[in-house]
Design a protein around this ligand. Structure first.
Ligand SMILES: *Cc1c(COP(=O)(O)O)cnc(C)c1O
Length: 405
């Protein structure tokens, strides 16, 4: 067994170069604090990209994982298992869903969603009704189908030919959807209620309601990609509940496992029927360990006091970032919902998001970016308020250096 000390340099020697990770390697985490190999401490406002929704080493999640680890890990879908059945029941009880399909990542949950949308239309209306309308700047994953539905052409470069029958409309522009949608051809409209990777851009309530109506008028399914906006991120278990717009299919991942890989596609009984026996599958999907952890995540996050706490923390963090923005003239707005916030750089600082991220890291605070112009924050939903204050102070220290003050 290789127990040699490892360093960031090793990455370039042994890993495919599709990532450019930072220079430090975190080795331990507790709550909203993380320590690197040198023992330097950071406050985590990144949450592993909106994943560690209950912070690091949450005792409830550790016990859910270890208790299940001593019972049974994996069966495959040749057998079902108790944690998967319980979790599916819980998700059905707490959402519009009547049926659940488990996967392991957001991309896979979306892949299932898009395949189901096509299969449903094929079954009910015929093979011509196969077109998917998605949105520019959207992100749905990195499989060839999901990256094709995603609205960022750079992620498709060099990977063509891509699956066909996909059109991209303008986010928050209902007219642009009306021009593309048709009863004969459109099987689904796919949308992130809040675009995450695309710059933390919230959908307008009227836009999302309009999509629901257009889908109904055209016998198309409405698919909400809640991989980033779900699991309490907005202060609601799912963002659709905040908007009061119910999709036909919803994908959820990231926060669902709180750091353990698990994803789900939620849908109605009527739509689910189109994924009959043998039409789709996943070896690891519904893995007992993953579902046991996700169960604890959902049981915890769905408590009203946790969801209310998200709103309070959001206010606190948003105000702190707006104050910093004002003092240094760096943000034109802080947008988003709950604990998914995007601080948009002013004209003068456009393109510099990574510099602020690195400056924050040097001062001991981890943040994310969403494109070159937006600082994205997605901390633990239960981050203590003093940690928010300390994180803000550290971020401001970084900002001061970037701004040369
Ligand atoms: C992260 C993300 C995905 C992809 O999830 P993976 O787990 O990386 O496959 C899909 N959709 C949205 C909205 C996301 O934020």
């Amino acid at each position: 067994m290789n127990r040699e000390p490892v360093s960031r340099e090793l990455f370039d020697e042994v890993m495919v170069p599709n990532y450019a990770p930072g220079s430090v390697i975190p080795v331990r985490g507790e709550g909203s604090h993380v320590w690197d190999q040198e023992g330097k401490e950071y406050i985590d406002l990144a949450g592993g990209i909106a994943v560690t929704c209950l912070g690091h080493s949450h005792p409830g999640l550790v016990s859910a994982l270890t208790e299940q680890a001593e019972k049974i890990w994996h069966l495959s879908n040749v057998m079902t298992n108790e944690p998967a059945l319980r979790l599916a029941k819980t998700l059905c009880d707490l959402t519009f869903a009547e049926r659940v399909f488990f996967a392991n990542s957001g991309g896979e949950a979306n892949e299932a969603a898009f395949k189901l949308a096509r299969r449903y239309a094929w079954e009910h209306f015929g093979p011509e009704k196969n077109e998917i309308i998605a949105f520019k700047n959207s992100f749905h994953g990195r499989t060839l189908f999901t990256v094709s539905v995603g609205g960022q052409p750079k992620y498709l470069e060099g990977f063509q030919p891509a699956p066909g029958g996909i059109h991209h409309a303008d986010f928050n522009d209902l007219e642009s959807v009306r021009k593309l949608i048709s009863k004969d051809k459109t099987c689904a409209v796919v949308v992130e209620p809040i675009q995450g990777e695309g710059g933390v851009m919230p959908g307008d309530a009227e836009f999302l309601k309009g999509l629901r109506q257009l889908c109904d008028e055209n016998d198309a399914l409405l698919v909400f990609d809640e991989v980033q906006s779900g699991v309490g991120r907005t202060g609601h278990l799912y963002a659709y509940q905040m908007y009061g717009v119910t999709p036909d299919i919803l994908s959820t991942a990231k926060g669902l496992g709180g750091g353990f890989p698990v994803a789900a596609m939620l849908t109605t009984e009527k739509v689910a029927t189109s994924l009959g026996v043998g039409t789709h599958g996943s070896t690891y999907g519904g893995n007992a360990l993953a579902c046991a952890v996700a169960q604890r995540v959902i049981d915890t996050v769905s408590q009203p006091e946790i969801l209310k706490g998200v709103a309070a923390r959001s206010e606190h963090l948003r105000k702190g970032m707006m104050d910093i923005g004002e003092r240094y003239g760096i943000f034109s707005e802080v947008r988003g919902s709950g604990l998914l916030l995007g601080c948009v750089l002013t004209e003068k600082w456009k393109g510099k998001a990574k510099e602020f991220l690195n400056a924050g890291l040097a001062e001991g605070v981890m943040v994310l970016i969403a494109g070159p112009d937006v600082i994205r924050l997605a901390p633990s939903l239960i981050i203590p308020e003093p940690d928010i204050d300390e994180a803000l102070a550290r971020f401001e220290a970084g900002v001061k250096k970037v701004c040369g003050q």
